[in-house]
Design a protein around this ligand. Structure first.
Ligand SMILES: [Ca+2]
Length: 363
């Protein structure tokens, strides 16, 4: 019997992103092996709707997806602009003459997405569990909330929906220098090498930078840009909390205002505290949703130095102390708090950037 110390129930519902990859190469739901015939199956893809372990969020999400998309593969994957490409995913489906758009973000708990709407301004949407809701475009534009869970637009006759490209400027981090306030593993140059390192040993980049961190003390990643710049935002690309890999939960963004460090943004996770439960196979129900990237707008900041101050991370796959308690009960020892980062991007323009009348760009 497979035994789990905790259960990422809601995280299961985001696992259908694996289907995005399969469908893009033409493998339909009916040809894949995501449906298991017993209560457990593989933990990410159980086939039951309800058991003595509680509801299976993953199965409900897969049933919604199949109910709406009928096992079709997308005929087009969507473009989201130079900043949005690594943040969002979406695709168009033709389901027997009815057009659907499936959309999600790739690792942020909540993130708005702008779409252009023509024809009927009222959008008919479904969340990943099949709940229908509507959003109405104003002056041809609607802002849709995204998460790691898929959502769907069912287009009405004559209605067109296009993603509004997200472009927050150049990536100023490519020439930045990094420092960290305590021990770390890997090289700081990994943070801006434009490579998204993975954990897989067969990958040419199988090692991810991580910074040590204790629960009692915040730690700081400092980023020094090559010159004074006008900042529009920062993107932090981490890893999903899994085994010993840890994700950021609470952190601050600071910037050097010329005389002191100033607070630019407080980022706090809205993840609920885990629940202690008494199930046959686990003792903690957790609410981690696969958070592994953070796009933080920082308009109107002019600086050459930024800090990311990490206050709280997951303990590997355990999001909080209740998860850790369950892990100790089951495995005997906990994971440490730490944070894994694959890439940092700073969005904006250098202060000396000029866009001249001919449209040529020079400094
Ligand atoms: Ca990297």
């Amino acid at each position: 019997m497979i035994s789990y110390s905790q259960w990422h129930s809601i995280r299961q519902a985001a696992k259908d992103e694996h289907l995005d990859a399969l469908e893009r190469v033409g493998i339909t739901t009916m040809e894949s092996h995501y449906f298991y015939m017993n209560e457990h199956g593989f933990s990410g893809y159980p086939s039951y709707l309800w058991s003595h372990h509680g509801p299976s969020a993953g199965t409900m999400a897969l049933r919604t997806r199949y109910g709406l998309l009928q096992g079709k593969v997308p005929y087009e994957t969507l473009k989201f602009g130079p900043t949005g490409e690594r943040i969002f995913y979406g695709a168009r489906y033709d389901v027997n003459g009815t057009n659907f758009i499936m959309f999600r973000n790739l690792g942020q708990r909540e993130l708005p997405m702008r779409v252009a709407v023509s024809g009927n301004p009222e959008l008919e949407l479904f969340d990943c569990f099949g709940n229908m809701y509507t959003e109405t475009a104003v002056d041809g534009e609607a802002v849709l909330q995204t998460s790691t869970l898929a959502a769907y637009i069912r287009l009405k006759a004559g209605q067109s929906v296009y993603m509004i490209p997200l472009d927050m400027g150049a990536n100023l981090a490519t020439t930045a220098n990094f420092s960290y306030s305590t021990n770390f593993t890997g090289n700081l140059e990994q943070l801006n090498n434009d490579i998204f390192e993975t954990i897989h040993p067969s990958n040419p980049h199988p090692s991810i930078w991580w910074g040590a961190k204790s629960p009692e003390k915040s730690e700081t990643l400092e980023i020094t840009l090559s010159e004074l710049s006008n900042i529009r935002g920062i993107s932090l690309f981490g890893t999903r909390a899994d085994n010993s890999f840890s994700a950021l939960l609470d952190f601050d963004i600071l910037f050097w205002d010329g005389t002191d460090w100033a607070l630019a943004e407080e980022v706090r996770s809205t993840m609920p505290v885990s629940d202690r439960v008494r199930m046959s196979d686990h003792t903690a129900q957790t609410w981690y949703l696969g958070e592994n990237l953070w796009l933080i707008p920082l308009p109107d900041i002019r600086t050459d130095r930024l800090r990311v101050v990490a206050h709280r991370t997951t303990y590997g796959f355990c999001p909080d102390e209740i998860g850790v308690e369950a892990q100790i009960n089951s495995w005997g020892s906990p994971n440490d708090q730490r944070w894994h980062i694959r890439e940092v991007q700073i969005h904006g323009e250098t202060a000396t950037y000029v866009d001249n009348a001919e449209g040529a760009q020079h400094r």
